[in-house]
Write a protein that binds this ligand. Structure first.
Ligand SMILES: [Zn+2]
Length: 314
């Protein structure tokens, strides 16, 4: 299905020399990354803070390691989708590019992106909680739990941000700086409820950047967007790239037999929309970035605080 983009969106992208892309759970949900609300599994039986906090980990390391082992193993059969690939392609199109992701599933790396800030860490990383040693042995490969450090026998934990923990040193500051300096910010599959990352579009907008949202529904940050494109990123982003970088020297809309549609088009055919809605029911909860956890977790904080402490668990 062809999408008709506004001339301003195409022109601003064409003229941009620096771009920031912000991604959240929605883009991973399109690849089928399981969500926290999936029935069964540990989430049905345990509180988020028991599975995603250092205190919970120390209380029951086997429980927590087994949960991360299960998630990591599931990821091995999941592939990046056309949305991830389009973002990797965007990186090649701009000299100044930064991808800021809240996702921990490594799918952006696997799609070919390299200029990434993973503000909540990466499930592929793990380290010893006692001596800090990073290990290349993954939880996915662990037959016996608890998995311990080869140097000191301390417990091995995933390299993701848990309740009450700080974002990786400098990560958020770098993201803020890039957002303040970019010409265009794209927000993709983000609910806009996870702070402090949700503040980045506003920072960009305040400094004159053009802001574009791609999401399956309007979000908590739609009001700071110049353009909101409703639909899955795997469908919208490849077409947005085609329309932007087509040979045509003007910002003419892409060839299409589509009639003129509103500026915020519902681009999905009805069957796809139903599927998207089904995904959307869990979209905000992929990889534990749950709005529910955000409001009930131990690290809840006011949304207007400029802090590097995460408000979500992993
Ligand atoms: Zn150790």
């Amino acid at each position: 299905m062809s999408i008709r983009f506004t001339a301003e969106t195409i022109n601003r992208l064409r003229e941009a020399s620096s771009i920031v892309v912000l991604t959240g759970a929605g883009i991973s949900a399109e690849s089928g990354v399981p969500t926290f609300r999936d029935k069964g599994g540990h989430w049905a039986k345990h509180k988020p803070e028991d599975l995603a906090s250092e205190a919970g980990f120390r209380r029951d390391p086997v429980l927590v390691q087994s949960w991360y082992r299960e998630r990591t193993r599931k990821l091995e059969s999941i592939q990046p989708n056309p949305g991830h690939l389009a973002i990797a392609e965007l990186e090649n199109r701009f000299n100044s590019f930064l991808l800021v992701t809240q996702n921990v599933d490594n799918l952006h790396h696997r799609a070919g992106s390299t200029k990434i800030i993973e503000v909540h860490g990466n499930l592929s990383d793990q380290f010893c909680i006692e001596c800090g040693l990073k290990t290349t042995q993954t939880l996915a490969d662990a037959d016996e739990l608890p998995m311990t450090c080869s140097a000191c026998r301390g417990l091995i934990r995933p390299g993701v941000v848990w309740f009450g923990e700080m974002l990786p040193t400098g990560a958020f500051e770098h993201a803020v700086s890039a957002a303040r300096e970019c010409d265009v910010l794209l927000s993709i599959g983000t609910s806009g409820v996870v702070y402090p990352v949700a503040m980045l579009p506003e920072f960009a907008r305040q400094n004159g950047a053009y802001t574009i949202e791609v999401n399956i529904e309007r979000s908590a940050i739609s009001h700071v967007m110049n353009d909101t494109l409703i639909g899955p990123s795997g469908m919208i982003l490849p077409q947005l790239l085609d329309a932007t970088f087509a040979e045509s020297p003007t910002a003419a809309p892409p060839t299409s037999t589509m009639p003129l549609v509103p500026l915020v088009p519902k681009v999905l055919p009805s069957s796809d929309m139903r599927a998207a809605e089904l995904n959307g029911a869990n979209r905000d909860t992929t990889d534990g970035n749950t709005a529910a956890a955000n409001t009930t977790g131990p690290s809840e904080q006011a949304p207007d605080t400029l802090t590097t402490q995460t408000s979500i668990p992993q």
